[in-house]
Each structure stands twice: as C-alpha cells, then as structure tokens.
Design a protein around this ligand. Structure first.
Ligand code: FES
Length: 73
C-alpha cells in the first residue's frame, strides 16, 4: 500500500540517479521511473536476480520490496 502523503528521496548507485518515491511504492517501479535497470527473473522473491544492496549493506530483493519510510539500521 502506498502513502502518497509521504515521499522519500531514493538514490541509485553507481548511476548516481536520484528520484522522489512514495512510501510503499515498489522498488522496481521506482527504479524504472528513474531509468535504472534492475535485472529480474521470477518476480516472486525466489531467484534473487533482482537483489540490490541498500544503504546499510543489507541485500533485498527489489521485486518484493517497497519503499520504507526509513531504511532499517
Ligand atoms: S526477480 Fe526473482 S527474486 Fe526478484
């Protein structure tokens, strides 16, 4: 579920592309809007083809992850 009243800035590296995203928006959707290609496979969280690393070093599957209000630390 997205919360259109809350937005965060997402920065994709190494492309160094920043885009405003709505809390709850899918990471793949945000990346696509930013023009960043994240490879995918199953789109169900099983194959890890879409795995990306977030700021704290945690690896997440972009296909099943949504933009949080704050990344966990
Ligand atoms: S595309 Fe397979 S885990 Fe995301």
């Amino acid at each position: 579920m997205t919360d259109s009243s809350k937005t965060v800035q997402i920065r994709f590296l190494p492309n160094d592309v920043s885009v405003v995203a709505t809390v709850g928006e899918g990471i793949l959707q945000v990346a696509d809007r930013a023009g960043v290609l994240i490879p995918t496979g199953c789109l169900m969280g099983s194959c890890h083809a879409c795995e990306v690393e977030v700021e704290d070093g945690e690896a997440i599957c972009a296909c099943i992850s949504a933009v949080p209000l704050v990344w966990r630390r």
